[in-house]
Design a protein around this ligand. Structure first.
Ligand code: NDP
Length: 254
C-alpha cells in the first residue's frame, strides 16, 4: 500500500512521457536543437560544453544509483540491468565529456532542459525496473529477450562509441573545423553514432521488456532522427563533394 500512489503515477507517467516524445519529434523536425553545429544565439548564457554535457547527463548516473539503492528488486537480473545502464552512463557522463575538446560552449538553458529530461527518464527507468515492474529472477538471464536485447545494447553501444571516436579524431586533424567523416559506418550513413544510440535503447527495451525502456527508445528516436536528417542536409550543403549515396541514418533507406 505504501507505494500504491507512486505505482499509479509511474504507470501513467510512462505513457504521458511517450506522448511527449511524439510532440518533441514534431518540434525537432521544425527546429533543430541548438547545440554543436546547430548552436545559435538567443538561448542565453553559455557554459563550457564539457561541464554542460557532464551536468546534463549526470542524473542518469546518480539518479539511477539512488533508485537502485531504494528499489526492492535485487535479483541477478536487476544487477545485470544496473550494470549495463552503468556502462553507458559512466561513458556518457564521465568519459565522453572528458574527451571533448576544450573551448566549446553549450547554452545553460539547453543544459537545464537536458537535466530535466534525464531526471524524469532516470526516475521512470529506475522505479519501473527496480520497484514497480515485474521481478525478473535469475531465469531472466537465459530468456531470449534478455539475450537478444543485451546483444543489441552492447552492439549499439560499440557502434556509438566507435563513431564518436572517429569524429573526435577527425576534429583533431581538421583543427577545430568540421570535415567529411569517412570509413567505418560513415561509408553508408552520416550519423552512425545516432544509429548506434538508437539500437542501444531499443536493445534496452527488449532486455528489460518494459514500457519505461520503450519510452526511452521512443525519446531517443524523437531526438536523433530529426537531428540526423538536419545533419545530413547540413553536410550536403556544406561540402559539394559529399558522398552522394550516403544516407542520413539507415543504410540504403533514409
Ligand atoms: P554529433 O555527431 O553532432 O557530434 C559528436 C562530436 O563530434 C561533437 O564533439 C562534434 O563537435 C564532433 N563532430 C561532429 N561532426 C563532426 C565533423 N564532421 N567533423 C569534426 N567534428 C565533428 O553528436 P551530438 O553532439 O548530437 O551527440 C553526442 C552524443 O550524444 C552521441 O553519441 C549521441 O548519440 C548522444 N545523444 C543521445 C541522445 C539521446 O536522446 N539518447 C540525444 C543527443 C545526443 P561539435 O560539438 O563542435 O559539433
Amino acid at each position: 500500500m505504501l507505494f500504491e500512489g507512486e505505482r499509479q503515477l509511474v504507470q501513467w507517467l510512462v505513457w504521458a512521457w511517450m506522448a511527449m516524445a511524439g510532440l518533441a519529434f514534431v518540434a525537432l523536425l521544425v527546429r533543430t536543437a541548438p547545440y554543436g553545429r546547430f548552436s545559435r544565439p538567443g538561448w542565453g548564457p553559455t557554459v563550457p560544453a564539457r561541464i554542460g554535457w557532464a551536468v546534463m547527463e549526470s542524473p542518469g548516473l546518480w539518479g539511477m544509483a539512488i533508485l537502485f539503492a531504494l528499489g526492492e528488486h535485487r535479483s541477478p537480473a536487476a544487477w545485470a540491468f544496473v550494470g549495463l545502464w552503468g556502462l553507458h552512463s559512466v561513458h556518457r557522463v564521465i568519459l565522453y565529456p572528458v574527451r571533448m575538446r576544450p573551448g566549446h560552449r553549450l547554452a545553460a538553458s539547453v543544459m537545464l532542459m537536458g537535466v530535466g529530461f534525464h531526471v524524469v527518464n532516470a526516475y521512470l527507468q529506475g522505479r519501473w525496473i527496480f520497484q514497480f515492474g515485474p521481478v525478473r529472477g535469475a531465469g531472466w538471464l537465459a530468456d531470449p529477450r534478455f539475450l537478444a536485447g543485451t546483444a543489441m545494447f552492447l552492439g549499439g553501444f560499440a557502434v556509438n562509441v566507435h563513431a564518436d571516436n572517429m569524429l573526435r579524431r577527425l576534429r583533431r586533424r581538421s583543427e577545430d573545423t568540421y570535415a567529411i567523416p569517412r570509413g567505418g559506418l560513415f561509408r553508408w550513413v552520416s550519423c552512425p553514432n545516432y544509429l548506434g544510440e538508437i539500437i542501444e535503447w531499443i536493445g534496452w527495451t527488449v532486455l528489460t521488456w518494459s514500457p519505461a525502456g520503450l519510452a526511452f527508445a521512443v525519446w531517443t528516436v524523437a531526438n536523433l532522427l530529426p537531428r540526423a536528417i538536419s545533419t545530413h542536409k547540413w553536410y550536403r550543403r556544406t561540402f559539394p563533394d559529399y558522398p552522394p549515396h550516403r544516407k542520413a541514418l539507415l543504410p540504403g533507406l533514409l
